[in-house]
Ligand binder design. Structure first.
Ligand SMILES: [Zn+2]
Length: 120
């Protein structure tokens, strides 16, 4: 059983604030699918349930982008355009989070695993 801790995060302008209950985040995932290639964000390895990811403020400031099968939901802040988290294609209704939006983490120095989303 892993120890869970609470991380806080936000979009760039602060309109959207959230928290996650998470194992310690020490690495990230990148994906080569058509949208991830364009976003370039480092994502959390852990996939969060709706109970583990809580939007504390600004839920009404989120816009959602969907394409293809429409299973994945790519959220972004309507004000600053930043992507804080998305609902994954692999596990509908569950979330991966943008490590760069989480307070106190340094995505540019984390070990990265590349996920082959292009081939799905
Ligand atoms: Zn924002």
């Amino acid at each position: 059983m892993e120890n869970l801790r609470t991380y806080h995060g936000s979009c760039h302008c602060g309109a959207v604030k959230f928290r996650i209950s998470s194992p310690e985040i020490t690495s990230g995932v990148r994906c080569n699918c058509s949208i991830c290639e364009r976003k370039g964000a480092l994502m959390t390895p852990h996939i969060y349930s709706p109970e583990e990811l809580v939007v504390e403020s600004g839920a009404d400031q989120l816009s959602v982008y969907q394409f293809g099968s429409g299973v994945a939901k790519h959220y972004f802040c309507k004000v600053c355009g930043i992507y804080p988290f998305h609902q994954t294609m692999r596990k509908a209704g569950y979330y991966r989070v943008n490590v760069g939006c989480v307070n106190g983490l340094e995505p540019l120095v984390m070990p990265v695993e590349v996920f082959d989303g292009k081939s799905l």
